[in-house]
Ligand binder design. Structure first.
Ligand code: C2O
Ligand code: CU
Ligand code: CU
Length: 539
């Protein structure tokens, strides 16, 4: 990473030749990589890959689309609510579930289900979750999008060991030890102050070197934060507010989830087979754990809270009626909560770990008609995502106010005391090929970015291929994309931004909240496991 000195000391010019040269270097590096992976530069230019990753083929018969009803994850009940804190307990355990009709699939779950149970919480009211690990390997829980003190943020070496796991022998993939790790046996209490804007968060595994296969096996759930101001807006609610966790998977001949791990026990050797180095894609699209589901709705406005929980698959969502019309997707919120004002899309990209809060109005659809949610980046079976069946007419007193929120943070470039350049690219590591940030694979012992609590910084991110870049602790704004103003779906407060091949994106944020050791990383989960993660020390 290149760090330009303090603002005003000549390091940050806010534009001009220096910026252009760096951008050219960045893209040149990306093309260099493409050439090294077997494409010539001109071929790489001609076909910037639409997809980063390789698709696994299922070995069982797949059901037709839009037959299985959409499941809604159960809302978890607190075990106690005294003292101003809601206390929850989640056991991580293996179960066998019927995801594809008539087929049993072993899963790793939070509390027996995939997705895990949803936690419903209020802004500013702390939540404590006691996780108990009954899985065969260590785990780590991270609340994605949470403004969480470092001790509960799920640092990848802060392992919760299962019973009987040799305490001394847990070495990480590259044989590295982390003296700062806080390792617990069997259980760990995670405390979330939730002093943050209302938003759809999600919790998932974050174990060093093994996050991707752990999420793939089922370790992901939703966590909603609400407040009175949002409740008062009159948005569609109750059964007309639907969480949609989209994730692709593939199924082996025995019904289990297929995944190309080098070590299928996930005990010792991290990584995936060479063909899947760029990311693992499945050929089955699950929504809330069901394949291509269907959901009956009233002919009224609905609020869809969409999470892309896929390891590597990107989507471009479109809502298409039987007669080929596409319905407006009215975006009201981003990763970190409500936008200032709604933004209307016809097609809406969503990268791994991003969330979109959408209003879709089924009022104009004939009763009995169907609205398919499709992925324009998919092909064959992966083009379909799910469908809504408009079952009945109904009154609709919901509203979509023209002003949604007035408390969004806004930072000007001039507020930034520092500008950093960070390159997300493939490269060589001592153990082979990996995914690197500024040429380096993740090392818990190295402070990659050190910043002061309260500082505003601009980060210029550049990518070789698709890299959804995520920062822990803070939300940020997208300042520019490819040297141009941000795209419509970059609006609002984000915690994950999707970089496309050869693209550069500038973000701005204030490092507010808590001091301590945090992370930023690519949320292509395979890239994350293969090095594309770095430390963010807030001092
Ligand atoms: Cu959703 Cu560090 O992760
Ligand atoms: Cu996160
Ligand atoms: Cu990546």
């Amino acid at each position: 990473m290149r760090e330009h000195g303090e603002h005003g000391a000549g390091g940050y010019t806010g534009g001009g030749a220096g910026v252009t040269r760096r951008h050219v270097l960045g893209i040149g590096g990306a093309l260099g990589l493409l050439a090294a992976t077997g494409l010539t530069t001109s071929a790489a230019l001609a076909r910037r890959p639409a997809i980063t990753g390789a698709e696994l083929r299922s070995e069982v018969p797949l059901p037709p689309p839009f037959q299985v009803p959409l499941p809604l994850p159960a809302v978890l009940k607190p075990v106690a609510t005294s003292g101003g804190v809601d206390r929850y307990e989640i056991t991580q355990r293996e179960v066998s579930a019927e995801i594809l009709p008539g087929i049993r699939t072993p899963l790793w779950t939070y509390e027996g289900s995939f997705p895990g149970p949803t936690i419903e919480s209020r802004r500013g009211r702390p939540v404590t979750v006691r996780h108990r690990n009954e899985l065969p390997v260590p785990t780590v829980v991270h609340l994605h999008g949470g403004r969480t003190p470092a001790a509960s943020d799920g640092y990848p070496t802060d392992l919760v060991l299962p019973g009987g796991w040799p305490k001394e022998s847990h070495r990480h993939g590259h044989g590295m030890r982390d003296p700062r790790a806080v390792v617990s046996e069997l259980t760990r209490d995670y405390t979330f102050p939730l002093d943050q804007r209302p938003a759809l968060l999600w919790y998932h595994d974050h174990r060093m070197d093994f996050t991707a296969p752990a999420i793939w096996r089922g370790l992901a759930g939703l966590h909603v934060v609400r407040d009175d101001a949002e409740d008062a807006l009159g948005l569609p609610a109750g059964p007309r507010e639907l969480p949609l966790m989209i994730a692709d998977r593939a199924f082996a001949a025995d019904g289990g989830l297929a995944y190309p791990s080098l070590d299928p026990t996930l005990r010792a050797r991290p990584g995936v087979r060479e063909e899947y180095f760029a990311g693992v894609l499945g050929d089955v699209i699950l929504v809330n754990g069901a394949p291509w589901p269907v959901h009956e709705v009233d002919a009224a406005r609905h609020r869809l809270r969409v999470l892309n929980a896929s390891n590597a698959r990107h989507y471009e969502l479109e809502a298409v009626t039987d007669d080929g019309r596409s319905l407006d997707l009215v975006q009201i919120g981003a990763d970190q909560g409500l936008l200032e004002a709604p933004v209307t899309h016809r097609v809406l990209p969503i990268a791994p770990a991003e969330r979109h809060d959408l209003i879709i109005d089924f009022a104009g659809v004939p009763i009995g008609g169907r609205v398919r949610i499709v992925n324009r980046l998919g092909s064959g079976r992966t083009r379909d995502v799910m469908a809504f069946l408009v079952a009945r007419g109904a009154a609709d007193d919901s509203r979509v106010p023209r002003t949604l929120s007035t408390d969004l943070p806004f930072w000007r470039r001039e507020d930034a005391v520092r500008v950093r350049d960070l390159a997300f690219r493939a490269g060589r590591t001592h153990s082979g090929r990996g995914w690197l940030i500024d040429g380096l694979p993740f090392d818990p012992a190295r402070a990659d970015v050190t910043t002061r609590l309260g500082d505003v910084e601009v980060w210029r991110l550049v990518a070789d291929l698709h890299h959804p870049v995520h920062l822990h602790l803070v939300g940020f704004r997208v300042l520019s994309r490819g040297g141009s103003p941000p795209l419509p779906h970059d609006a609002g407060l984000k915690d994950t931004v999707s970089l496309r091949p050869g693209e550069s994106v500038e973000i701005i944020t204030r490092f507010d909240g808590y001091r301590g050791r945090y992370l930023f990383h690519c949320h292509n989960a395979e890239h994350e496991d293969m090095g594309m993660m770095a430390n963010l020390e807030i001092v």
